[in-house]
Design a protein. Sequence first.
Length: 101
Amino acid sequence: MKSLVISRNRDVTTGLRLSGIDGKFSKDVEELRANFKKYKDDDSIGIIILTERDFNEIKEEVIEKKLSGTLPLVVTIPGPKGIEDKDFILRYIKESVGIKL
């Protein structure tokens, strides 16, 4: 299985391509959503990588995919400017486990 990055940031896409991860550049939110829908059920992909900003734009589709419990796994990485939401990890744990830290 392979990994795939889908991003509206050309630097992220190019950087991960240089590290051996295939990438799909999306010029706008509609293309980002279309690429995610195209690859979210692809059996040859094990991990889909999205930047935090892109995740927030198509949050409903990503959450639906994560809750399905099927591959590919969808992970979020910080964008070039770092983590935008400083409480992201704490909120993610709380939503996932139901425990406030």
